[in-house]
Design a protein around this ligand. Structure first.
Ligand SMILES: NC(=O)c1ccc[n+]([C@@H]2O[C@H](COP(=O)([O-])OP(=O)(O)OC[C@H]3O[C@@H](n4cnc5c(N)ncnc54)[C@H](OP(=O)(O)O)[C@@H]3O)[C@@H](O)[C@H]2O)c1
Length: 297
């Protein structure tokens, strides 16, 4: 008789533990019970580790993907993870702005997981205006993040869902000089006026000033969900720690671009950040680490 192997726990068992770790980091609850965390160990340099013999493959894969977020300590500087879902030809939406849906359901589920594990989700004004998103965690269990809209020119309509649905706190970000004007549009409780936000000579928002203002509000682990202009600005200003770039087998052609960065003169000057790949159904997710020493060409 062949011995029966006990089924190992999977993603359904792992996800509540991920939420417990994050709630503890945010000071929202007691530390997870030692029994519950028995499969984890904390390595002094490698951080949280999962007992590879105790979990099924899907759970191990998810843990590997989420570990950089789960490893965030309760204190320290702001930490930023970005995402873009793009076509084979590098577009994140059609020219008219339709991005529903570039990627398949697994990537969408992953975005909701990242929202649940981060303190705030950040989008540019273009995304807020065109998609009218909710930016909630409705596909998974877990708290909604604070929703942050970067809108220095105050063009967003107060009727947008994030500004009117009261499902989660929302902060409309502008320069401190325009805080009163913004408060009249969307209510003072939904405005974050950032001193020096528009002090960059090139007219782009100073994202370090934004990170510092968010940190003062206790928002440290941050998820920049789009669009291409906003994610590119975070990278160009050295404000992005990690990025999940999901490539879908679709051709959009003449659509809205994903990453758009200042170019290197020769290939040897182009950075090659350390990265890993994960299969997400038909899509491929590139997990890019901007802080690790880049590989030689
Ligand atoms: N596939 C994905 O992963 C993904 C994720 C998010 C969004 N998207 C898509 O990306 C597109 C938006 O991305 P994006 O790179 O163009 O911009 P974005 O990064 O979302 O927002 C920044 C840009 O929006 C402009 N903007 C400000 N107010 C606006 C308004 N009321 N209406 C339209 N634009 C406004 C800003 O102009 P100023 O600098 O002059 O203020 C700035 O250039 C949308 O089509 C969205 O569906 C795709």
């Amino acid at each position: 008789m062949t011995p029966t192997r006990r089924a190992r726990p999977g993603v359904e068992a792992l996800w509540p533990l991920c939420l417990a770790i994050v709630r503890h980091r945010r000071g929202m609850g007691p530390p997870p019970a030692p029994d519950a965390l028995q499969p984890f160990t904390r390595h002094p340099t490698h951080g949280l580790m999962l007992d590879e013999d105790a979990w099924d493959e899907e759970a191990l894969e998810l843990f590997a993907l989420l570990k950089p977020v789960l490893d965030r300590p309760p204190e320290g500087p702001a930490w930023v993870i970005g995402q873009l879902g793009q076509s084979l030809d590098g577009c994140i939406a059609t020219r008219g702005g339709d991005s529903n849906f570039v990627n398949g359901p697994q990537v969408l589920l992953h975005l909701h997981r990242l929202r649940a594990l981060c303190d705030a989700v950040i989008v540019g004004a273009g995304t807020a205006a065109i998609d009218n998103p909710q930016l909630t965690t409705r596909q998974v269990t877990g708290e909604h993040p604070v929703r942050v809209l970067i809108d220095p020119s105050l063009r967003l309509a107060p009727t947008l869902r994030v500004l009117s649905d009261r499902q989660a706190p929302t902060l409309l970000v502008c320069d401190a000089a325009r805080e009163d004007e913004a408060a009249r549009r969307v209510g003072a409780g939904q405005v974050l006026g950032v001193p020096g936000l528009m002090s960059n000579a090139d007219g782009t928002p100073d994202l370090r000033a934004l990170l510092s203002a968010l940190q003062q509000r206790g928002l440290r682990v941050l998820f920049v969900e789009g669009g291409g202009i906003t994610v590119s600005r975070f990278i160009a200003q050295g404000c992005m720690d990690r990025m999940h770039l999901s490539v879908a087998p679709v051709l959009i052609g003449s659509g809205r671009p994903g990453l758009s960065l200042p170019g290197g003169a020769a290939m040897r000057d182009c950075p090659r950040p350390v990265s890993r790949v994960f299969r997400m159904g038909a899509d491929v997710l590139w997990d890019v680490d901007f802080r690790a020493a880049s590989s030689p060409p």
